[in-house]
Design a protein around this ligand. Structure first.
Ligand code: NOJ
Length: 722
């Protein structure tokens, strides 16, 4: 349709019909549906009336349901305006790839593109028009269970990965039934909730908000994302969905966003619980005034918007603007001509878990695993015959992580399945040892597990955090391995020191004791469908670990929030960092440093950083500096290395981070191969948000280094001249 035709359509609509376009219902309200909800269900409303006018639906199961929902609605709607169907496809639809936090550790946008591409194809076949992805909330607190949904504690990685996902999901033309639209979330700073508690209050200066949190959302919008979801939290006193500054001033005016804003689940209704709206009617008015186009579930708009207009409290033009945005999106997706879009039962069968998709998922799982420690026992290439697979995750199939589709875990490859496929000659015994649930105290299986360890020549100890203990509403105050897992680890390691630990978890855990006693630790996160095959290939050396931490791993939960690029203080702790030093910014009982730093990760080969060279030592804002970093693979196998470029602004008008990643490149080197990686430094990368919130650079000295956070090397300086 042309813009004129869309306008004509809208002009023909009654006020109730217009409001309907701004209402999103659960598929389960209309169709029997087994999907889990992440919030309360709305009060029962007249289904027939709702079905006639509603504009969009979330959380449906498959192409058959998608078509049924569309048919049912179109048969009832005299205006024949198709529904928008939305779903949370966060790390794959049926073929699940690693959780976003793991994907961040791959430092690989090309890999993200491949994964997003496969998720797009499967989603389109399922009938999805909009995915609530990417989530690019910068998160620095592992107590927050939703840290698994973000790629990093660093906005640069979040922005790059998020933008790659948007480009691969939407591609050029949304009317192509193979493409779907992206909704960036959760705008803004949802990851900064106090105490790491989900949905909690966020208080941030505008300067830090702009420096650390906003850039990743903006990068996704620059990549073309069509929708934005405001976050549940209040930001400096105002819940995002009613935050006029955030939505009208920054998002719409400053950034020029013209797409659709959709509330999070019941977030409009929650304005009442927040205590900023007296009732649901008030809440509907406030969200509308802040430019929230669609109300996701709970019916604040459905019940009150029309009356608010009739009573003169909301201007009909505001409703019209929102409706036009929704209609434009439907039109762009080609729904008026083809309301099913890509929904296709045959394609679902053909694509779901097909070998090509499984291969991508396996590669992604391999490339996002991080080898945290290796005293030399990995890879297990020296003739393991009798292997004991021990621990609560030894035979676990729930390895796909929160936000995978219901039942997706059933398709995951377990560790023994992966190992048997790769090494059929190895004799495997298994022992669970104990559970991994919070509060689980049953230690009765530990002795038998230790016995199994003793009888084996090699042990793989699979520990972690149950799949549904990280994710939405899953904050934790303690970050140790839950249940008696550390007791199991002590017993097994004592019985057989030739033990490699494999971890499956959705958030950074505190591994301080484990790192002291275990000779090798491989962090797999939640790797998705191909979990067991990827882990087996890494453990037995068919694949070489190359993930680098995109989040810091703390030594104790008390260190959070924590980020490698924290601002300097007037009393930095002196190096070496071996003991507490009173009257500096430190803890008496723990060092400031994480156990494992951002950017860290081992390989089965060795990389030597030979040189960091620059083509000049001063630049003006119009000039650039070329940086060349030379790396050699000095080990005996091929491997991938992420070459990281850090910057430090020595003196500035506001306190600067002690280190800041400004670029990175992942390369693959054959044994003995040397490669020089080139970066270009532009003035724009040297900018920061000033005290009065201007994005500026200042003349002066800058340091650049490589290596990884807290372990920088080959530092050089240059001057920016103005
Ligand atoms: C609540 C979550 O916060 C959000 O991320 C998700 O997209 C919606 N529910 C829809 O399921």
């Amino acid at each position: 349709m042309t813009e004129k035709e869309l306008q004509k359509l809208m002009d023909s609509m009654t006020l109730e019909e217009k409001v309907g376009q701004l209402v999103q219902c659960l598929a389960g309200q209309f169709i029997s549906n087994e999907m889990e909800m992440t919030g309360p269900e709305g009060e029962l409303l007249p289904k027939e009336e709702l079905n006639r006018v509603m504009g969009s639906v979330l959380t449906f199961e498959d192409a058959r349901q998608a078509k049924a929902l569309q048919d049912q609605h179109l048969a009832a709607d005299p205006k024949k305006i198709p529904l928008l169907l939305m779903l949370d496809v966060i790390h794959g639809l049926r073929t699940t790839y690693p959780i976003p936090l793991a994907m961040g550790c791959s430092f690989d946008e090309k890999l993200m593109t491949e994964c997003a591409d496969m998720a797009r194809k499967e989603s389109a076949a399922c009938g999805v028009h909009v995915t609530f992805n990417p989530m690019v909330d910068t998160a620095r607190d592992a107590r927050w269970g939703r840290i698994l949904e973000t790629c990093s504690e660093d906005p640069l990685i979040n922005g790059r990965m998020g933008a790659a996902l948007v480009r691969a999901t939407q591609r050029e033309d949304l009317s192509n039934p193979e493409n779907i639209a992206c909704c960036v979330k959760h705008y803004a700073a949802y990851g900064a909730g106090e105490g790491g508690r989900d949905y909690n209050t966020v208080e941030l200066s505008e300067r830090i908000l702009r420096e650390t949190y906003l850039p990743a959302y903006k990068a996704c919008l620059d990549a073309g994302a069509r929708l934005v979801m405001p976050s549940f939290n209040s930001l400096n006193g105002i819940p995002s969905v009613a935050n006029q500054w955030l939505m009208n001033d920054v998002l719409r005016r400053e950034w020029g966003f013209e797409g659709v804003v959709i509330s999070d689940y019941n977030a409009v209704g929650e304005l009442v619980a927040h205590g900023v709206a007296e009732n649901l009617r008030d809440a509907a008015r406030m969200a509308m005034e802040a430019g929230c186009d669609i109300d996701m579930v709970m019916n604040a708009y459905y019940l009150h918007l029309a009356n608010l207009v009739r009573d003169g409290e909301v201007r009909e033009e505001a409703i019209d603007r929102a409706v036009m945005r929704v209609l434009r999106l439907k039109n762009e997706l080609g729904l008026f001509e083809n309301p099913y879009h890509g929904a296709d039962e045959e394609k679902e069968k053909e694509l779901y878990l097909c070998p090509a998709h499984r291969e991508i998922a396996r590669r992604a799982a391999e490339e996002s695993a991080v080898l945290l420690k290796n005293d030399g026992i990995l890879p297990l290439t020296d003739g393991t015959r009798k292997l004991a697979l021990i621990g609560p995750f030894a035979e676990e199939r729930h390895l796909v992580g929160f936000w995978s589709r219901p039942g997706a875990w059933k398709d995951a490859v377990t560790l023994p399945e992966g190992i048997r496929q790769l090494k059929p000659e190895i004799e495997i015994t298994t022992a669970r040892g104990c559970g991994a649930d919070i509060g689980d105290t049953d230690e009765s299986g530990i002795a038998a597990a230790a016995d199994a360890a003793r009888k084996a020549d090699t042990v793989i100890l699979a520990l972690g955090e149950p799949e549904y203990d990280s994710g939405e509403g899953r904050s934790r105050a303690e970050l140790t391995l839950p249940g008696p897992q550390m007791k199991l680890a002590r017993a097994v390691l004592k019985a057989n020191p030739r033990t490699a630990v494999v971890l499956f978890n959705g958030r950074p855990l505190v591994l301080t004791e484990l790192a002291e006693i275990a000779p090798a630790i491989l962090e797999m996160w939640y790797p998705g469908t191909e979990a067991g095959s990827a882990a087996a290939r890494l453990l037995f050396g068919e694949a070489n670990p190359c993930g680098k931490l995109s989040v810091s791993l703390a030594r104790g939960a008390g260190q959070y929030p924590m980020a490698y690029n924290h601002p300097n203080t007037g009393r930095p702790k002196p190096e070496p960092d071996s003991q507490a030093f009173p009257f500096t910014s430190c803890y008496l009982d723990m060092t400031n440093r994480p156990l494992y730093s951002f950017g860290y990760g081992l390989s089965y080969t060795e990389f030597e950083y030979q040189a960091l060279e620059t083509d000049r030592d001063r630049m003006t804002p119009e000039e650039t500096i070329r940086v060349r970093i030379t790396v050699k693979n000095t080990g005996s196998r091929a491997g991938k290395e992420t070459v990281q470029l850090y910057m430090r602004d020595r003196v500035a008008s506001v306190v600067q981070p002690v280190q800041q990643l400004i670029d990175y490149k992942k390369i693959r080197l054959e044994p003995g191969e040397t490669r020089t990686v080139e970066f270009e430094i532009r003035e724009e990368q040297l900018r920061f948000w000033s005290f009065d919130c201007r994005h500026i650079s200042e003349a002066g000295e800058f340091e650049i280094s490589t290596g990884y956070a807290d372990h920088l090397k080959l530092t050089k300086t240059f001057r920016l001249e103005k």
